[in-house]
Design a protein around this ligand. Structure first.
Ligand SMILES: [Zn+2]
Length: 285
């Protein structure tokens, strides 16, 4: 955990509700976040991002015999922990078919500065271990939590290239502090590449919703969706996916109750197991 510059913290606060975008919330904060997006960056800005500190989880474990043998799963651990260092690269606009959006955001953090990036990185690496032990071939969309990017467009492309049987993007939301609970975001048809996998993504979303509720005991979101299910057409990670894909907002990092759970490694393991169970139920159905 590192202290973020005050100006950036303000930006994070603004972008917080825009974790996956801003359209479902419609909050003033979202408007401000969009307004804050400014300077286009050179494409090389991301290419020059450091890629040190390869994590242990990045060493690809060998798939073993298990219930998920033959299945490929791509896990996107959300916003990179180094994104705050290069706002020019992160704010560069990319085409997500229904609109132009920033390459990425910094994500949010708890009141005590446990970042969404650290949370999703930890949960995702736990999922890699669990799913690999069950026989799946698992790929992450980034190799560490200290770099910048990749953009949302690239994160979709990684799942497509891997021909993933299922893909999931792991997030924690940044809604007003009184809001809590988890929700799943699934794609809508956009007359685009995601259309053929919208129905499967919806099945994946319901399977993960049910497993997450059962495994973690966390309640459905009090502020988005119906029974924790939300459908959107403004997210690059979904619009550009040609494989079944969902986002999960595991809870609201700005809510004290959700945050306390997220900061507990044992609870993060429960989250990872629940997400793995949901993926497995979908893939074995
Ligand atoms: Zn996020």
């Amino acid at each position: 955990m590192r202290a973020l510059p005050a100006s950036l913290l303000a930006a994070c606060g603004l972008i917080a509700t825009a974790c996956g975008g801003t359209d479902s919330g419609g909050a003033a904060a979202g408007q401000a976040a969009r307004a804050a997006v400014t300077t286009p960056a050179s494409a090389s800005a991301l290419a020059s991002a450091p890629t040190q500190a390869k994590s242990q989880a990045h060493a690809k474990p060998q798939a073993v015999a298990g219930p998920l043998e033959g299945k490929t799963i791509v896990i996107d651990p959300g916003h990179n922990g180094g994104n705050y260092r290069n706002p020019t690269a992160i704010n560069r606009k990319v085409n997500v078919l229904t609109k132009w959006k920033p390459c990425d955001t910094t994500g949010t953090e708890t009141a005590s500065h446990y970042t969404e990036a650290a949370f999703s990185w930890d949960v995702s690496n736990r999922m890699v271990k669990i799913l690999t032990a069950r026989g799946a071939k698992v790929k992450l969309t980034r190799t560490d939590n200290n770099s910048v990017g990749p953009c949302i467009t690239q994160r979709a492309a990684i799942g497509n290239k891997a021909k993933a049987d299922a893909a999931i993007s792991v997030h924690g939301d940044g809604a007003p502090a009184a809001d809590h609970g988890f929700h799943i975001i699934m794609p809508k048809k956009i007359n685009g590449p995601v259309d053929p996998v919208v129905a499967d993504s919806s099945r994946l979303g319901v399977a993960v919703r049910d497993a997450f509720k059962k495994g973690t005991g966390l309640p459905y979101s009090t502020y988005i969706g119906s029974k924790a299910l939300d459908y959107r057409n403004d997210l690059g990670g979904l619009n550009l996916s040609t494989v079944p894909k969902i986002f999960i907002e595991c809870g609201n990092m700005r809510n004290a109750g959700d945050a306390a759970k997220f900061k507990d490694p044992a609870f993060r393991q429960r989250i990872a197991v629940a997400l793995a169970d949901g993926l497995q139920h979908y893939l074995k159905a």
